[in-house]
Design a binder for this molecule. Structure first.
Ligand code: ANZ
Ligand code: ZN
Length: 834
């Protein structure tokens, strides 16, 4: 029997127990059913749930539950992105091993997730810091190595000289180590890289196929990949020891405007020049340790020194000086440029400073005069002072100049990318060990597959000085797999983005211990709907797309993209500011669950804003959500007798109702119910859950009002109204089921509807409910309002035209007139043109 009062905590605990005991959300592969893979980005186990998590996981949960009710085979898994820096920081602070801290947090957050009523298939839980997971990551790294998609090179890190540790960027505060306060040094050390650039073109081009992604995210990815098609041009050098130098340009049309060449301080030619010139050596040395991050070099004051070497202009045969300049990036293009001061900002600034010639070669198409000594003209236009190319547009000239140079083997087409290869070495303890062994004779040797996983020791004491792995001979001492002599293991670990790049595929077969993935991954992937924060728009999503393609290329997957549709949810704000611990404006979801129950929390977080927008936290809003659920409960409580109808239906005691003969109020109510249903379906498809909820609130009001006219349950008349109420309630509960799954589960049972609401099918719109109603049509003659006519909403054009022309009001105007045209705007107006 149903309780009179809505006791959220009691029913939620019961319903959750029921789901758990009946393994309601466990799925297996079923080729006869349409699959749907719904995934919210898995969390870092930071310790406790915050409202941002609530939003992320509730959104995913609603989508999963909705798709189940549509009859699909829904995979909705969860796991833990368990490696990472915070565990090491916590370990230093509290003296507890990172593993213990992490597992404890996971246990706590798992309980909290269960309290939220999230419909996860818990049998597929993944924890990335466990060897059964990272072992396959190590295996995959070795496959990439075999395919030459892994290499090692020197790269700069932040070095804390006091703690003798490499620091992550976020651990460097105002140039100092976060713990030691020591001034950070830049240090070059060898690191492992994944060749993501090998997939640059595909990563860019297949963005086109991602119709279910927000434009904004695709634009960010495009920019990050930053494809620049251009030309590498060879300039011959007037020096007996050298032959030529190659520069990269995206503007071959400006070739006649080049008045110098510039190379980066790390360019081999700069080193050559330094051999004979101590000034040059000094200049180069002073740039050895300057950060070369892009932001820094854009604003850096331009500085340079002439190398003393000149190059030959391929067209004019003039000698151009080669400068060594700080604004030329080493690792972009050819590390060398042609300076065109009349048409490029950086070159202009440099030319002014060092008094290099400014040679205008482009004018604007409308020939508007431009003072080239005041600043460059950077747009394309029409060529001037360019020999045979004068008069051509920039576009035509670029093609013509490129073709001529290529023909004479003085240039090659080259495309450059902003995208860099992915440095995955981290000088950290709490991560996946990189499966490499260093041997004095054989060099870097991958760990043989049969010896995987390389297990990370979990019981360690962190001192804060260096990685504890470097102090554990039992970890690093080993023998060379090739020559069997003593060797040492790599002590660096993977960037934690590696784990999150393939977890979505592993959810298909989380316990498979013979392979990284099996055929189940082909069944479930791609993820049909992925939900997560916009902060992952570039790195995580790009890395996962890269891994997906690489996994496809070793035939472990069979699709091109990992995530078909992407929902990026907005932030949760309080008083207009981002919620954060440091601001002290956080809200504790657990306390709210205790007070109101998780259905209220779920309802509020979906009702307060559409998913993509930021959500303003409001205590009054939470209260409002709670009141609605109480009202729903009370309404069902007073109408539980409606269940008699369910029994009657089953035994065919109810006569089918001829709705056309029922009173207009009932037909109206019925139409409104189905209109709400129709809209809700549309809104579910667009994830506009806030308007779904608004519709449900309206529906409850309608049912309440109608319910009041039914005074006593025993009354035998009003059969149609009772049935309508029952129909309306069953629709209302099903519309709300994905959103507030506990209360709807309980009420569904109280009303004795068949089966479980989580397995109920999505309600269908009764078409006749919508068609029966009449609406008012506006009738115009030559655009002027002449009459209003009540006609059925969905009448066909012929019926409408006949009714209009036979109307006496209209006849007055149309008599003896030739009718040229009759325009019918469905459900609105008819315009007669005479
Ligand atoms: C001549 C020129 C004339 C250029 C002109 C631009 C405008 P994006 O589009 O970002 O790829 N460049 C090439 N390599 C460089 C390096 N290593 N460091 C700094 N700058 C470099 O930029 C391509 C342009 O950036 C190239 O085209 C080159 O300058 C410069 F009116 O060549 B341009
Ligand atoms: Zn060896």
């Amino acid at each position: 029997m149903m309780q009179e009062e809505y006791q959220a905590n009691v029913i939620e605990a019961e319903v959750q127990k029921f789901w758990h005991e009946h393994e309601c959300f466990k799925v297996i592969e079923d080729l006869n059913k349409e699959k749907f893979y719904c995934l919210s980005m898995f969390p870092y186990p930071s310790g406790t749930l915050h409202v941002g998590h609530v939003r992320n996981y509730v959104l995913g949960d609603v989508i999963a539950r909705y798709q189940r009710m549509l009859g699909k085979n829904v995979l909705h898994p969860i796991g833990w992105d368990a490696f990472g820096l915070p565990a090491e920081n916590a370990a230093l602070k509290h003296g507890v091993a990172p593993a213990d801290w992490t597992y404890r947090n996971i246990d706590h957050m798992r309980t909290q997730f269960k309290q939220l009523g999230l419909s996860f298939d818990w049998s597929r839980e993944i924890t990335t810091c466990k060897p059964d997971y990272y072992r396959w990551e190590q295996w995959f790294f070795i496959q990439l190595l075999k395919k030459a998609l892994v290499y090692k090179k020197n790269s700069v890190v932040n070095w804390d000289p006091v703690d003798q540790t490499v620091l992550a960027n976020e651990q460097v505060i105002n140039g100092r180590g976060w713990r030691s306060g020591a001034l950070i040094e830049r240090k070059e050390i060898p690191q492992w890289f994944l060749k993501i650039t090998a997939y640059a073109d595909e990563l860019l081009n297949s963005l086109e196929s991602l119709e279910g992604w927000p434009e904004e995210v695709k634009a960010m990815q495009r920019h990050w990949i930053g494809r620049s098609p251009g030309l590498a041009i060879q300039f011959l050098i007037n020096d007996p020891q050298l032959t030529s130098i190659e520069i990269f340009t995206t503007r071959p049309d400006t070739l006649f405007g080049a008045s110098f060449l510039a190379i980066s301080p790390q360019h081999p030619l700069a080193r050559y020049a330094a051999e004979h010139n101590p000034q040059v050596q000094k200049f180069i040395d002073s740039y050895q340790h300057v950060p070369v991050s892009e932001a820094a070099s854009a604003t850096l004051e331009k500085q340079g020194i002439a190398s003393g070497i000149t190059a030959l202009h391929p067209m004019t045969r003039e000698a151009l000086p080669i400068w060594i300049a700080n604004f030329v990036k080493t690792d972009y293009g050819c590390g060398a440029i042609m300076g065109v001061p009349a048409h490029d900002e950086r070159d202009f600034e440099f030319a002014i400073k060092y008094q290099l010639p400014i040679l205008p070669v482009i004018e604007s198409l409308n020939k508007k005069p431009h003072d080239y000594h005041q600043g460059p003209l950077v747009t394309s236009g029409q060529l001037i002072n360019s020999g045979p190319f004068t008069g051509l547009t920039s576009e035509k000239a670029s093609t013509a100049i490129s073709e001529l140079l290529i023909k004479h083997e003085l240039a090659t087409p080259k495309t450059h990318y902003r995208l860099r290869d992915w440095g995955i070495s981290r000088q950290r303890y709490w991560g996946t060990p990189i499966p490499i062994i260093y041997c004095n004779d054989c060099g870097a040797v991958p760990v043989p597959e049969k010896d995987l996983p390389v297990i990370l020791p979990e019981s360690v004491q962190l001192s804060g000085v260096g990685s504890p792995l470097k102090a554990m001979p039992e970890f690093y001492q080993t023998t060379c797999p090739q020559c069997k002599q003593a060797a040492t293991r790599e002590t660096d670990t993977f960037d934690t983005f590696v784990e999150s790049s393939w977890y979505y595929a592993r959810f298909a077969c989380p316990t498979q211990d013979k392979a990284m993935l099996d055929d189940r991954a082909k069944y479930w992937t791609p993820v049909d709907h992925y939900v997560g924060g916009i902060e992952h728009a570039v790195l995580h999503l790009l890395y996962a797309r890269f891994f997906h393609k690489a996994l496809r290329d070793i035939e472990l997957l069979n699709s091109n993209e990992p995530f078909t549709r992407l929902l990026t949810q907005g932030m949760v704000l309080k008083d207009g500011a981002k919620m954060s611990k440091s601001k002290g404006n956080t809200v504790d979801p657990e306390a709210l669950i205790k007070k109101y129950g998780s259905d209220t929390l779920r309802l509020f977080s979906l009702f307060a804003a559409p998913p993509e927008q930021s959500l303003e936290w409001s205590d009054a809003g939470v209260e409002g959500a709670y009141r609605f659920l109480k009202r729903l409960w009370a309404f069902v409580y007073t109408h539980t007798w409606l269940h008699e109808l369910n029994e009657a239906c089953e035994t065919n005691l109810v006569h089918p109702i001829d709705w056309a003969r029922t009173p207009i109020e009932e037909r109206n109510l019925r139409r409104q119910i189905y209109e709400i249903l129709q809209l809700a379906k549309h809104d579910y498809e667009r994830q506009q859950f806030n308007t779904v909820i608004a519709g449900c609130m309206k529906l409850l009001n309608l049912l309440q009002a109608a319910g009041q006219s039914l005074h006593s349950p025993s009354e035998t008349s009003h059969q149609s109204l009772k049935q309508l109420l029952q129909e309306g309630l069953s629709i209302l509960l099903r519309l709300l089921a994905p959103i507030v799954p506990h209360i709807t589960h309980t009420l569904w049972q109280a009303l004795q509807f068949k089966g479980l609401i989580i397995k109920a099918t999505w309600p269908k719109v009764a078409a006749d409910a919508l068609t029966m109603e009449e609406i008012e049509w506006v009738v115009q003659i030559n655009g002027k309002l002449r009459a209003r006519l009540s006609l059925a909403t969905h009448s066909d054009e012929e019926t409408i035209k006949t009714a209009v022309l036979n109307n006496p009001h209209i006849k007055r105007y149309t008599e003896n007139q030739a009718i040229k045209k009759i325009i019918v705007v469905p459900k609105k107006l008819v315009n007669i043109v005479i």
